[in-house]
Design a protein around this ligand. Structure first.
Ligand SMILES: NC(=O)c1ccc[n+]([C@@H]2O[C@H](COP(=O)([O-])OP(=O)(O)OC[C@H]3O[C@@H](n4cnc5c(N)ncnc54)[C@H](O)[C@@H]3O)[C@@H](O)[C@H]2O)c1
Length: 334
């Protein structure tokens, strides 16, 4: 395996990238964050960190920045259904059309490892008890569909000089300096802490989750593993599958412990037509790569509570900046 020292993260100014980048610097990597900065940028240039405002659709400019890079972590995209649906044509240019040109540019510039963040939502809705990586992809949204369609475009270019791996993460949760409060556990926690109430739509639907710090630990691990272990492989990455009802109860319990003065947190149920339910099995990544998430949903809720107490998430009920779709709309990006 060739050594990896220089890492380019597309979308590195987002929720995951902002948490991951300082940790990579700490480990001694040189990092280049390449991002349109749709949601701003909490990272500051520093020794071994280069921050470039750039668009992955601008293959020429991206290619210039890929010179000397050993590994790409591909996070940049319109990262949820709601954002994608604001302008489906434009979203497709970001989430799909430019993907293969980006992969080719990386390979041509001598990048030797490409890590792609797909999504566990590619499976769509399934009541199968075990949703392994072999489960057919039955996407229920264009976001899911194009996340999945990029995967073979990456693997097409894999060879001895270019190691390619796809991760299908569960929905993430927890604190990051670029906070998203539009992800299920984070939404419930925000409402519990700041409104004293959680509204659950339906409740029996199953959802897999993963702590955002475990996500970062996985990307760090993927930079260190031997090529043979990951070449051409796809891995689910989730902690546990829980029903929305169970998640709401866990959020209630932790928030009541952290903010006893706000107890009891009320849980209100509202019927929904959206009974989409899915689960994933993450046994392969455990067995093949030895990756086991170390944090549960309660830990994510506790971290968010700490951030609220420290005043790191001001105006969380009103500031649109915490919601990707609202930012894309209000800035006229979509
Ligand atoms: N957050 C989750 O729950 C979750 C779950 C599964 C998979 N993923 C995937 O993980 C990745 C990271 O997720 P996240 O929550 O950090 O997303 P995010 O929306 O917080 O970050 C994405 C970043 O990409 C940037 N970006 C968007 N279009 C771009 C373009 N054309 N060129 C360059 N940069 C662009 C944005 O400015 C943003 O900073 C995404 O690919 C997402 O699909 C996330």
């Amino acid at each position: 395996m060739k050594p990896i020292r220089n890492v380019l993260i597309t979308g590195g100014a987002g929720y995951v990238g902002t948490l991951l980048t300082p940790q990579l610097l700490e480990l001694g990597y040189n990092v280049l964050v390449y991002d349109t900065m749709y949601y701003g940028c909490e990272l500051k240039p520093q020794d071994r960190l280069k921050i470039v405002q750039g668009d992955i659709r601008d293959t020429k400019f991206l290619k210039e920045n890929l010179w000397g890079i050993d590994a790409v972590i591909s996070l940049g995209c319109i990262s949820n259904d709601a954002g994608y649906e604001l302008n489906e044509d434009l979203s497709k240019t970001i989430n799909y059309d430019c993907f293969e040109p980006m992969v080719k540019a990386a390979k041509e510039q001598g990048v030797h490892r490409f890590i792609y963040a797909s999504s566990s939502s590619v499976y769509g809705v399934s009541d199968a008890p075990e949703v392994t990586e072999e489960h057919p992809l039955k996407p229920v949204s264009l976001y899911n569909e194009y996340k999945g369609k990029c995967e073979p475009l990456l693997f097409k270019h894999a060879d001895d000089s270019f190691t390619c791996v796809t991760i299908r993460p569960a929905t993430l949760c927890g604190y990051s300096p670029r906070q998203r409060l539009d992800l299920s556990v984070n939404i419930l926690t925000n409402h519990a802490v700041n409104n004293g109430k959680i509204v659950v739509f339906g409740g029996s639907q199953q959802r897999p989750n993963l702590h955002v710090q475990d996500m970062c630990d996985l990307y760090k691990l993927l930079l260190t593993l031997e090529d043979e272990k990951i070449q051409g492989e796809t891995f689910n990455a989730g902690y546990e599958n829980q029903s929305i009802d169970d998640i709401a109860l866990e959020v209630k319990k932790v928030v009541e412990e952290e903010f006893p003065d706000r107890a009891p947190i009320e849980i209100e149920h509202t019927p929904t037509n959206d009974i989409r339910s899915y689960r994933i099995t993450s046994t392969k990544i455990q067995q093949k790569l030895g990756f086991t998430p170390k944090r549960n949903i309660g830990d994510a809720v506790r971290d968010l509570c700490k951030a609220f107490k420290e005043g790191k998430l001001p105006n969380s009920m009103t500031d649109e900046g915490y919601h990707n779709v609202k930012v894309l709309k209000s800035k006229g990006i979509m």
